[in-house]
Design a protein around this ligand. Structure first.
Ligand code: GTP
Ligand code: MG
Length: 295
């Protein structure tokens, strides 16, 4: 039996969360076209007959502007330092840049094997894939290269088998039925945040936090009350929309996904509150459950 930890690290928007969802075959991490979607580590567990792989999705590493972002980067760096193997996930459609170099340096410091996961190849002709891969090859002695499409989710058997061959001998750390250890309320809050990421633009999605204030299972389903925190009154107006239209749209989309997740009927009430500059207030960031905490 082999078991071990694998970090999915890389720049924002590379497809790390899409990949972890595909690997565990369940949507455990939210995904969006906007960078900095993931704010905290998310574990996903894959079991085979003779192995257990504990994958950890991490926030995309980027130049931080707020305390929240510094803590997101720290979260990724802390995860990288504690694993047996790293998947450096990269968007194959983008040219190698200084952001990649920064991430590569961090990954190198971990001193464990690194797989280059060259993602989004469904968007690239084969010749381009080879050309872009070559430009990565010279920069670091990657243990393995895997050109993939996390979105299409095909050909993961070889990736899983090779990954297991790099893990140490050891017992399973999680019971076989556990796919993720994220708390239920966090997953629900994240689903709501994902809908906000899709429905709003510019600074609004990044300035948003979601907290579950009440959740009660009743005989015909589940009643949930969630608070959406934003930083400015103008952002609150946008999230609520004209006559509440935006909040309604977010609520309908979120409820559908939460019902699928909880497998029961859901009554979802959303509220919006301004919490000025929360992204620079440590106690708030901790309270909302984002980023690395030193405590
Ligand atoms: N075409 C294509 N799009 C992809 C693929 N993988 C991910 N995407 C898209 O890329 C965008 C970002 O995906 P995420 O999985 O949220 O990326 P991430 O690396 O987790 O991003 P952060 O959480 O911000 O660090 C989404 O719009 C995905 O649908 C892929 O293989 N092909
Ligand atoms: Mg992500």
């Amino acid at each position: 039996m082999r078991s071990g930890f694998v970090a999915l690290a890389g720049r924002p928007n590379a497809g790390k969360s899409t990949l972890i969802n595909a690997l565990v075959n369940e949507k455990i991490a939210i995904v969006s076209p906007k960078p900095q979607t993931t704010r905290s580590e998310i574990r996903g567990i894959v079991n085979t007959d003779d192995a257990q792989i504990i994958f950890t999705d991490t926030p995309g590493i980027h130049k931080a502007k707020h305390r929240l972002e510094t803590r997101m980067n720290k979260e990724a760096q802390t995860v990288i330092q504690g694993v047996d193997l790293i998947y450096l996930v990269t968007d194959g459609t983008k040219a190698y840049g200084s952001g990649d170099e920064f991430v590569l340096n961090l990954v190198q410091q971990a001193g464990v094997p690194v797989f280059l996961i060259f993602n989004k190849i469904d968007c690239l002709p084969k010749e381009k894939v080879l050309k872009n891969l070559t430009s990565w090859q010279s920069r670091f002695s990657f243990a393995e290269f895997f050109p993939i499409s996390a979105l299409k989710g095909e050909h993961f058997n070889e990736l899983i088998d090779t990954t297991i061959s790099y893990l140490p001998e050891g017992d399973a750390l999680y019971p076989r039925e556990v796919i993720s250890d994220s708390p239920e309320n966090f997953r629900i809050a994240e689903i709501i945040r994902e809908k906000i990421l899709y429905c709003t633009e510019e600074e609004v999605p990044h300035a948003t936090a979601v907290v579950i204030e009440r959740k009660e299972y009743v005989k015909d389903g589940c009643e949930i009350q969630a608070m959406i925190l934003v930083e400015k009154p103008g952002q609150k107006a946008i999230v609520i929309g004209k006559q509440g239209a935006m909040l309604k749209k977010i609520g309908i989309a979120a409820r559908k996904d939460i019902e699928q997740f909880l497998k029961c009927h859901v009554r979802l009430s959303l509220f919006v509150r301004v919490e000025e500059d929360w992204r620079d207030i440590d106690s708030r960031i901790t309270q909302y459950g984002y980023g690395h905490t030193d405590e």
